[in-house]
Design a protein around this ligand. Structure first.
Ligand code: PGA
Length: 252
């Protein structure tokens, strides 16, 4: 069985002092376990602060986005190389909020995945359908297309890691997750797409599929008992140190 991974997506919710306070409170109560890997994804400015705060812990650092070039005249962008230097091991790519508000396309996501891997970062690729797409009966089609395009021409070499996070867009921040069985169905669809793109042992060794969307301590376990769900991407509940720690207790 793959090690479970719980990823905190702090979004643009915390100023520097608030982020420092949250990480301090969390580290105080957090008990590392063999069963769960923990990743914190603060905004860009808070990466060095959080990197410093977690340096003697088992917690890993992730960014919420990256650009696809290493360096150059790209005003306002951040290179995966700089993220690596700031201590990140993971990077979220293609979150639905970026697809919606910043016009991030599947092609951009694919470029970011390749650039992140080239720097030794593990991309956390977010995919998911909108409510309308679901109503129109296009959910699986949308997911298949997003995953296929995200991993097009991607090679996973020794030491590489890739995470696909299924996040139904309409569920994010709603307080109402989908049923674990439904997420499991979608994860099977994703696994099928991955089988068209990678050897089975590559999928088994290097790719984890996680669910995101209104995860809380009370519902996490239902997802983690599904055979194709390897963890969770958590927004709201990751901003409360006690709730986030309770989530991790559910894993162990
Ligand atoms: P949520 O956010 O847990 O608040 O629904 C998840 C996400 O956007 O990654």
């Amino acid at each position: 069985m793959k090690k479970k991974i719980i990823i905190a997506n702090w979004k643009m919710k915390l100023s520097g002092p608030a982020a420092q306070e949250l990480i301090r409170e969390f580290i105080d109560i957090y008990q590392p376990t063999e069963k769960a890997e923990v990743v914190i994804c603060p905004d860009y400015l808070n990466l060095p602060l959080i990197s410093q705060a977690i340096k003697d812990t088992e917690i890993a650092l992730g960014a919420q986005n990256c650009f696809w070039e290493k360096t150059g005249a790209f005003t306002g962008e951040i290179s995966p190389k700089f993220l690596k230097e700031a201590g990140a091991r993971y990077v979220i790519v293609g979150h639905s909020e970026r697809r919606t508000y910043l016009g991030e396309t599947n092609e951009m996501v694919n470029n970011k995945v390749k650039a992140a891997l080239a720097e030794g970062l593990a991309p956390i690729v977010c995919v998911g359908e909108t409510f309308e797409e679901r109503q129109e009966g296009n959910k699986d089609f949308v997911i298949i297309n997003q995953v296929n395009k995200a991993v097009a021409d991607v090679k996973l070499n020794e030491g590489d890691e890739l995470i696909i996070a299924y996040e139904p867009v309409w569920v994010i921040g709603s307080g109402q997750a989908v049923a674990p069985e439904e997420a499991e169905h979608t994860h099977r669809v994703i696994r099928q797409v991955l089988m068209d793109n990678f050897e089975i042992d590559v999928i088994d060794e290097k790719i984890r599929l996680i669910y995101g969307g209104s995860i809380e301590p009370a519902n996490l376990k239902g997802f983690l008992t599904m055979p194709n769900i390897d963890g969770a991407l958590v927004g709201g509940a990751s901003l409360d140190p006690i709730a986030f720690n309770d989530l991790l207790k559910e894993v162990s």
